[in-house]
Design a protein around this ligand. Structure first.
Ligand code: PLP
Length: 360
């Protein structure tokens, strides 16, 4: 059976991107974000590749994601970015040797009640994002809690940047300054940077950096391409040409009849749609790659199909692969057409997509 839509993940690109990140932040340990199924790339193969390449730690959102990695035999340190939700989860986290990111007084109380000496934890401080994290005023309480529990394995202090992808936004500077001020000389490693931070804000390169997107080879900065930054896309998504036919001048194409042919046109139908994760918001004009050349999508994205203008690609044949994003057609560009972020594009691939891996 020929796979309908495939996502091919180049593990060599992942390794190269990790090496690139290390060159950006040569003095930092790298905690790779592999949450949300490795940003849609497949958490287990991604985590295994990065762990084998010597990444210092992995980060997932929740216990379930971490257990999946442990069950696959991945022994690298894993941090739970959202911490734990219950005592049971906390016990399981300890059993699985996970690092718990503690971000709220109720979580601290829960961990203190466990009386478990082998606990590994980070403290997350809210320096302005106002999503997760202890208030800066809680730092003395946290430092005291650590003193009371000398056997705890304290990994360090984390904060998260709200605007690191905006080169001129003073918010980043303010968050860094606040983090440094409230922690002062307290012991413990520091971790501030996501991908955008570690690339665009050298001051955020502390003991640990926490890249996600950059490792997958997408640019976290709107003004710079992945190629500009020395990153290589790890994912290529392809569909296949299912039909090619001529549509007369003045005829309309697809649902809503939103596209009217300005002349007799050669139209290709590609077997990919929003049920595969090809965003329904993608408008007429969104490029795809056929026979190595760009062709514009026309009309609306259907559940299982899209239609493309093949006037400039006369050599295209039924069965040809059509690249929706990947090397030569950055996912960042497609995300822009969809009015979303490349993060969402990656995570939006559905179960119907066949995954294959290269570069073992
Ligand atoms: C997801 C995440 C990251 C990685 O962010 P990227 O923008 O993908 O580099 C870093 N830190 C935290 C807390 C995260 O949730």
């Amino acid at each position: 059976m020929i796979p309908r839509v495939t996502a091919t993940i180049d593990l060599t690109a992942l390794r190269d991107n990790l090496a690139r990140v290390r060159r950006y932040a040569p003095g930092s340990h790298v905690m790779a974000a592999v949450k949300a199924d490795g940003y849609g790339h497949g958490a287990v193969p991604v985590a295994r590749t990065l762990a084998d390449a010597g990444v210092d730690a992995l980060a997932v959102a929740c216990l379930e994601e971490a257990v999946k990695l442990r069950d696959a035999g991945i022994a690298a340190p894993i941090a739970l970015l959202e911490g734990v939700m219950s005592e049971d989860e906390a016990r399981e986290a300890v059993r699985q040797h996970l690092q718990i990111v503690v971000h709220d007084p109720w979580q601290l109380a829960l961990l203190e009640s466990l009386q478990d000496a082998t606990l590994s934890l980070w403290f997350k401080i809210d320096t302005g994002m106002h999503r997760l994290g202890f208030a800066p005023t809680a730092v003395p309480v946290l430092a005291n809690a650590l003193q009371q529990r000398p056997a705890w394995n304290f990994c360090g202090w984390i904060t998260h940047l709200a605007c690191a992808d905006e080169a001129d936004n003073p918010m980043t500077q303010r968050q860094i300054a606040l983090f440094d001020e409230i922690l002062g000389t307290l012991p413990g490693a520091r971790s501030i940077a996501n991908s955008a931070g570690l690339i665009a804000w050298p001051l955020t390169r502390r003991e640990w950096v926490r890249p996600g997107l950059a490792l997958y080879g997408a640019s976290p900065l709107p003004e710079q391409s992945a190629a500009d930054l020395g990153l290589r896309p790890a994912m290529r998504v392809e569909g296949r040409l299912l039909s090619i036919h001529d549509v007369p001048e003045g005829a309309t194409i697809g649902y809503g009849a939103t596209y009217r042919c300005p002349q007799l046109m050669r139209i290709g139908v590609v077997a990919v749609g929003y049920a595969d994760g090809y965003d329904r918001n993608l408008p007429t004009g969104t490029p795809v790659l056929v026979c190595g050349r760009r062709a514009p999508m026309v009309g609306r994205v259907s559940m299982d199909m899209i239609t493309i203008d093949l006037r400039e690609v006369p050599e295209a044949r039924v069965g040809d692969t059509v690249t929706l994003w990947g090397e030569g057609l950055p996912a960042e560009e497609i995300a822009r057409y969809a009015g979303t972020l490349v993060y969402e594009l990656f995570c939006g691939l559905t179960k119907r997509v066949h995954f294959s891996y290269s570069g073992f």
